[in-house]
Design a protein. Structure first.
Lengths: 261, 409
C-alpha cells in the first residue's frame, strides 16, 4: 500500500492542486473563501461570548484573549472535522472514477488529508497575521504547529477512513456523523475552557483524544508554552491503533466496495 | 510475454446480507451466511495471446461488462484469478470518470495520473491527444459542457495515447459519429499490428465481426463458446432463435416506444410470423445478402375471394424499406381451409441494423376497404456485416469500381 502511494505521489500532488482550482474556479474571490469560514466563526463567537456575555479568560492579559483562545482551538478542530466529513463521502463521490479506472484507492483519502493540511496552513498564516494585529506575542514554540497539525490530520484520517468505508455500505452513517461531530465539538474545550468543568469530572477529558491535541494548540498559541509530551504520546498511541485498524478495515472492504457503488 | 491474458476459474458473486452489520462482521473473520448470492460470472477460464483481438458477445445481463471489469481490475473476483502482463488501458462504459468542472486538458492530466502516468509523460503527449480528439476549443472548456460523443473522443485519445499492451473497450465505440469511429478503429488496428491485445465487448455482433479474429459467447455468466467470430455468430443466432422472447429484441421493441399494433375485421387472422434462415431454423440475426424466409401463419375464418397477404420491412426509424404482397407476386393462395402458411423468400441486401416486419391480410389490393388483419412489428430481425465489402446506408447494392485515364483533347 505504501509503495502504491509512493508511485502515485505525482498524481496525489496534482490532485491536491486541481482540487483548489475546481473549488474556486467558479467563485470570484478564490482562496479567500477557504479562510472566510473559520474566521467568520471566530468573529461570531468572539462577539457573542466575549463582548456580549463578557467571558473572561484567566492567565492572559489581552483584550482579544478570548478570540485568540477560540482561534487556537478552532484551528485543529477544523482540520479534524474537515478530514472526517470529507473522508466520509470520498468513496461515494468518486464512485464514477473507481468504477472506470484502476488505481490505489487509498490515494483518495490521502489526497483529502493533503488538501485539508494545505487549507490548515493557509488558515494558520491568517491567524498569525491576526495575532500580529492583536498584538499577541509569537514564540518559537509556534514552529511545533505544522507537526501538530499533521498529527491532527492523521487522527481525522483514521476516524474518517473507517466511517467513509462503512458509509458505502450503510448510508445512514453519512447522516449521523455530522450530528455526532457537533457533540464532540461541544464535549471538547474549544469554545469554553477546560477549567469550567467541575474538578471531579475533569479527568474524563483525558479520554477525549481530540482534547489531547487541542490542549497542545492552546498551550502553544495562547500561553506561549511548549507541547505537552505526555498528552502527545497518549494521542500518538491512540492514532497508531486507530490507523492500523482503519487500514485493516480498508483492505477488507475495498474488495466489496465497488460492487456496492 | 506482454499482452498475455490468463483467466482462470473466474467467479464473481454479489452478496447481499440481511443486515450490513453482518457484512462488517464478515471482514473480521466471522462466518456469516449471506442472504442472497447472485453469481454473475461462473467459472470462466480462457487465455489470450499477444496481438489477438477477442470480441465478447452475449445478451444483456450475460456478464460481458462484468467480465471486462474483472479483467481490468476495477472489480475483484470472488474466486479464481486474472493475470495480465503489460500495461492495460480500458474504456469501461462511457467516459473515464472525468471531472465535470475540469477542462479537457486538466481531466487528461488527472485521469492520466490515475492510470499511472507521470505528469511529464502526459505533458509530452498532450498536443497529440488534443489533435487526435479533434474537439477544437472545447479542449479548454469544462467537461460538463461536452456532448457524450466529445467525452468519448477525449477518453479514447487518453486510453490510446500510449500504445497499451492490452486495450479493453466496453461498448465505447457505439457512441459518436462514424468519422471518429473509423479513426478509432484505424488506430486500434495499427496497435493490433504492433502486438496490442484487444478485448472488446459489444451488443452488436456486427462490430465484433469487423474487428476481431476470435469471439467468446457468454450466457448467464458461463462461457458457452470460444472460436472464430463467424461460427460464434452462427451459434449466437441459434441460441437466439431458441428463445421466444429474446432480450435484445424486446429491448428494441421498447425502444420503439410502442407495442405491435393490430387492426382488422378478423375475417382472417395471423397466428404467428416467423423469420427463418436457409436451413429452415428460426433466426434473428442475418448477414448482408443472406437468404431468409418470412413465414406468415394465417387462419381464415370465412371464405374470402381474392385473399391477399402482404409484408413490409421497416428500418429502426420506421421508414418503409421494402414491401410487396401475393397479388403483386401473382400468387393465388391455394386453399383457405384452416391454417395456411405463406412463405416469402427474400435476399436480405440490407444495411446493418434492426428491422421490423409488418404483415397484412386483405382483399386484393384494397387493404383500406377490406382489411382482415394488419399486424405492425410482428417480428424483428437484425442485419450484421457479411463477407461483402463494407458500406453504409440502408441497402446493399452490389457495386463494381473501375478507373482509367480520361484524355482531354
Amino acid at each position: 500500500m505504501i509503495k502504491a502511494v509512493y508511485r502515485y505521489r505525482g498524481f496525489i500532488w496534482s490532485a491536491i492542486k486541481s482540487d483548489f482550482r475546481t473549488r474556486f474556479a467558479r467563485s470570484r474571490f478564490g482562496t479567500f473563501w477557504a479562510l472566510f469560514n473559520p474566521l467568520a466563526l471566530v468573529l461570531m463567537y468572539s462577539i457573542v461570548l466575549s463582548a456580549v456575555l463578557s467571558a473572561k479568560l484567566p492567565g492572559i492579559d489581552n483584550r482579544y484573549s478570548y478570540a485568540i483562545y477560540l482561534m487556537a482551538g478552532l484551528l485543529p478542530w477544523s482540520l479534524f472535522a474537515e478530514v472526517v466529513t470529507r473522508c466520509l463521502t470520498v468513496f461515494i463521490e468518486n464512485a464514477n472514477t473507481m468504477k472506470k479506472l484502476v488505481f490505489p484507492k487509498i490515494c483518495l483519502p490521502i489526497i483529502i488529508s493533503g488538501i485539508v493540511l494545505v487549507n490548515g496552513l493557509i488558515l494558520l498564516a491568517a491567524m498569525i497575521a491576526a495575532f500580529v494585529v492583536m498584538d499577541h506575542a509569537l514564540t518559537s514554540q509556534f514552529l511545533w504547529l505544522p507537526f501538530l497539525m499533521l498529527v491532527t490530520v492523521g487522527m481525522g484520517l483514521g476516524v474518517g477512513l473507517i466511517l467513509g468505508l462503512l458509509n458505502v455500505f450503510a448510508r445512514d452513517i453519512g447522516q449521523i456523523i455530522p450530528i455526532a461531530l457537533q457533540f464532540v465539538f461541544w464535549f471538547t474545550p474549544i469554545v469554553y475552557m477546560v477549567e469550567i468543568i467541575p474538578e471531579s469530572y475533569r479527568h474524563l477529558m483525558n479520554w477525549n483524544p481530540v482534547y489531547l491535541l487541542i490542549d497542545n494548540f492552546h498551550n502553544i498559541m495562547v500561553f506561549g508554552g511548549g507541547p505537552d509530551w505526555e498528552m502527545l504520546i497518549k494521542a500518538g498511541f491512540f492514532i497508531a491503533i486507530l490507523l492500523t485498524f482503519s487500514f485493516y478495515v480498508f483492505r477488507r472492504a475495498s474488495a466489496e466496495m465497488v460492487d456496492m457503488l | 510475454m506482454s499482452g498475455c491474458i490468463q483467466v482462470q476459474k473466474l467467479c464473481k458473486t454479489f452478496k447481499s446480507y440481511n443486515s450490513e452489520m453482518q457484512r462488517f462482521a464478515s471482514w473480521f473473520g466471522l462466518r456469516v451466511r449471506a442472504r442472497d448470492e447472485h453469481t454473475v460470472i461462473n467459472n470462466i477460464s480462457f487465455s489470450v495471446n499477444p496481438g489477438e483481438a477477442v470480441g465478447i458477445i452475449g445478451q444483456n445481463g450475460a456478464g460481458k461488462s462484468t467480465l471486462l471489469k474483472l479483467i481490468t481490475g476495477t472489480l475483484r473476483p470472488t474466486a479464481g484469478s486474472v493475470s495480465i502482463q503489460g500495461h492495460v488501458a480500458a474504456i469501461l462504459e462511457l467516459g473515464m470518470g472525468f471531472h465535470p468542472e475540469l477542462t479537457g486538458r486538466q481531466n487528461l492530466l488527472q485521469a492520466g495520473g490515475l492510470m499511472g502516468f507521470s505528469q511529464r509523460e502526459l505533458a509530452g503527449v498532450m498536443d497529440e491527444m488534443e489533435v487526435f480528439a479533434e474537439i477544437g476549443d472545447f479542449f479548454e472548456q469544462p467537461v460538463r459542457t461536452y456532448s457524450s460523443g466529445m467525452q468519448m473522443r477525449l477518453a479514447f485519445s487518453l486510453a490510446t495515447a500510449f500504445r497499451p499492451d492490452v486495450l479493453i473497450i466496453d461498448e465505447a465505440l457505439s457512441v459518436g459519429d462514424t468519422y471518429f469511429r473509423h479513426k478509432s478503429i484505424d488506430r486500434i488496428r495499427k496497435y493490433k499490428d504492433q502486438g496490442t491485445t484487444l478485448l472488446f465487448v459489444s451488443h452488436d455482433p456486427g462490430a465484433v465481426k469487423t474487428l476481431c479474429n476470435r469471439a467468446l459467447l457468454l450466457e448467464e455468466g458461463i462461457l458457452i463458446k470460444d472460436g472464430a467470430p463467424d461460427s460464434i455468430l452462427d451459434y449466437y443466432n441459434a441460441v437466439i432463435a431458441r428463445k421466444e422472447k429474446e432480450m435484445e429484441i424486446r429491448q428494441y421493441e421498447t425502444l420503439q416506444g410502442k407495442l405491435s399494433t393490430r387492426s382488422g375485421n378478423a375475417k382472417a387472422q395471423f397466428v404467428g410470423v416467423e423469420i427463418l434462415d436457409m436451413s429452415g431454423k428460426q433466426a434473428r440475426a442475418f448477414r448482408v445478402g443472406d437468404e431468409a424466409v418470412i413465414r406468415c401463419k394465417i387462419r381464415y375464418n370465412e371464405d374470402i375471394e381474392n385473399a391477399t397477404v402482404g409484408i413490409k420491412l421497416r428500418d429502426r426509424l420506421g421508414n418503409d424499406v421494402f414491401g410487396t404482397n401475393t397479388f403483386h407476386l401473382q400468387h393465388n393462395i391455394s386453399s383457405l381451409q384452416g391454417e395456411v402458411w405463406v412463405d416469402f423468400s427474400l435476399i436480405l441486401n440490407l444495411g446493418y441494423g434492426n428491422y421490423s416486419v409488418t404483415v397484412a391480410s386483405h382483399t386484393i389490393d384494397k387493404h383500406i376497404e377490406d382489411s382482415h388483419d394488419w399486424w405492425d412489428q410482428a417480428a424483428v430481425f437484425q442485419i450484421v456485416p457479411g463477407d461483402n465489402y463494407p458500406f453504409v446506408g440502408v441497402s446493399y447494392l452490389p457495386a463494381v469500381v473501375s478507373s482509367r485515364i480520361h484524355e482531354i483533347n
